[in-house]
Write a protein that binds this ligand. Structure first.
Ligand code: BES
Ligand code: MN
Ligand code: ZN
Length: 496
């Protein structure tokens, strides 16, 4: 899809549909809407008066053959209360408008921004919103809806003087959204089409194309490096594990600058191992590599945006299978760090592979860590599919991430990591155990376990089990993978 900045006056814009948005307030016919109302001979004021347009969030009103405009349609989208409107709302409005029009076989769209949104960030939000909205999870459908596509999307309202700022926003937004869709594509792949080896090959191809350095550790190197926690998960099935390492190095590295380590859980399928549970919903567990996909997507975006800090991305990849060689409850494993682990539940496998991933990222020189993982069902209980769970060992580092989440329009909520929870994972026969012995706090004990391996290095854990997958389509996003946390992490790294 082509995205352009159009500086023509909106009365003369040619498109199949002109889109704009209005706010939920006593008189929604203000500013841009008033300008359009004048052109259309008072049509919008009449619609508002009759109660047909109210500005309520994501209310759609489609007007055909609007008077005074060159476009065949005018789509008015409710943007909710004006004081709650932010770049995140604009992203959703733009994305929802795209999906609404796409499903009606409209091909050329122009979105008219209001005066207050004629800047780089708004153009970026719109670009991110429409490219993410355009993504469909239909790769394996042979009957693709070929007449449903948006060919060109124009962002309108900018003057010639504002044009370069807008175009900068479009370019940045495109880098981020394409990386997010790359991650979503990986998550959509079923486990028979995305084994750890295939994921590694895809990561390698992405890195080479983007100009990033990449190293794939095979099962032999993984064993040589004594990554016993990762190996213990992989031993349950015939697919060998991989440790994927992708590195971005800035052109002029600053001495003393932080080195960011991004570690992502990539369990390409989680059967739960020997601690197997009922099969209902198990098909969704192909998304158990979403943390790894997000981190690879972040690297792809960073290669284009060229931040000034070095970033090392480490993705442990394996299946979690219940085969005859699988580890069994009670088994004791030695992680790469030397710590011994009692595996009381083979379904708590994410933290095992992250233990070695986090330790390895530190060994490669990371001074600040972030991990992302579909780690626990407990985070879904705590925060549902609304917020990402954030756990941090260093409040200054965590505050930076939370500020980045706010700027990127992703909902994240900090959870506690008090020392009291350390007791929950104290081992009886080894140093630590992989599930909590206390009652409740399942997402926290999972985080506490990973923290053991981060040690004194500032570290953040993002539990994306509730947010990485949309069980139902949203007006602005297809059903399936969301690519959550990618925008926040790109914002975090580029702001350092
Ligand atoms: N991949 C799952 C987490 C998960 C569960 C994501 C349900 C989405 C929905 C993870 O490997 C897991 O199984 N975690 C266990 C941990 C428990 C055994 C301590 C869980 O949450 O049930
Ligand atoms: Mn599991
Ligand atoms: Zn898992």
């Amino acid at each position: 899809m082509q995205i352009i900045l159009d500086t023509k006056s909106f009365a003369t814009l040619e498109a199949d549909a002109l889109v704009t948005y209005l706010f939920d307030e006593s008189d929604p016919v203000l500013g841009r809407i008033a300008e359009l109302d004048k052109l259309s001979g008072g049509l919008l004021a009449r619609l508002a008066k009759s109660g047909e347009i109210t500005g309520k969030n994501l209310e759609f009103t489609l007007v055909h053959a609007p008077a005074g405009l060159k476009t065949a349609r005018l789509l008015l989208v409710g943007a909710g209360k004006r004081d709650q409107f932010n770049p995140g709302s604009l992203r959703k409005v733009a994305g929802a408008a795209l999906r609404y029009l796409k499903s009606r076989s409209v091909h050329k769209v122009a979105l008219l921004l209001h005066e207050s949104e004629l800047n780089e960030y708004a153009a970026q939000s719109v670009t991110e919103g429409v490219l993410a909205a355009d993504f469909e999870s239909d790769k394996y459908k042979t009957d693709k809806k070929n007449d449903k596509f948006i060919e060109a999307f124009a962002i309108a309202g900018f003057t010639d003087a504002q044009k370069s700022a807008g175009e900068k926003g479009i370019s940045r937004g495109r880098s981020i959204a394409e990386a997010q869709n790359f991650a979503r594509d990986l998550v959509n792949e079923p486990s028979n089409k995305l084994t750890p080896r295939i994921l590694a090959a895809k990561a390698e191809a992405m890195a080479k194309e983007a100009g990033l350095s990449v190293e794939i550790l095979d099962e032999k190197r993984i064993a040589d490096l004594k990554m016993g926690a990762l190996l213990s998960v992989a031993q349950g099935g015939p697919e060998p594990p991989r440790m994927i390492v992708v590195t971005y190095t800035p052109a002029t590295p600053k001495p003393g600058a932080p080195v960011i380590g991004l570690v992502g859980k990539a369990v390409t399928f989680d059967t739960r191992g020997i601690s197997i549970k009922p099969s209902e919903g198990m098909e969704k567990m192909k998304y158990d590599m979403a943390g790894g996909a997000t981190m690879l997507g972040v690297m792809r975006a960073l290669a284009a945006l060229k931040p000034s800090v070095k970033v090392i991305c480490v993705v442990p990849a394996t299946e979690n299978m219940p085969g005859g060689t699988a580890q069994k409850p009670g088994d004791i494993q030695t992680a790469m760090s030397g710590k011994t682990i009692e595996v009381l539940n083979t379904d708590a496998e994410g933290r095992l592979i992250l233990a070695d991933g986090v330790h390895y990222a530190k060994q490669l020189g990371a001074t600040h860590l972030v991990d992302a993982a579909t780690l626990t069902g407990a985070i879904v209980v705590a925060l549902a599919n609304v917020n990402v769970g954030v756990f941090g060992s260093d409040q200054a580092w965590t505050d930076k991430l939370l500020a980045s989440a706010k700027a990127a329009g992703e909902k994240m909520w900090q959870m506690p990591l008090d020392d009291e929870y350390r007791e929950f994972i104290k081992g009886s026969f080894a140093d630590i155990q992989n599930i909590g012995s206390g009652k409740g706090g399942g997402a926290i004990t999972g985080a506490m376990f990973i923290k053991e391996f981060a040690g004194d290095t500032p570290w953040i854990h993002l539990d994306i089990a509730g947010t990485a997958w949309n069980d139902d389509a949203k007006p602005w996003l297809a059903k399936g993978p969301t690519g959550v946390a990618l925008r926040t992490l790109v914002q975090l790294v580029t702001s350092l």
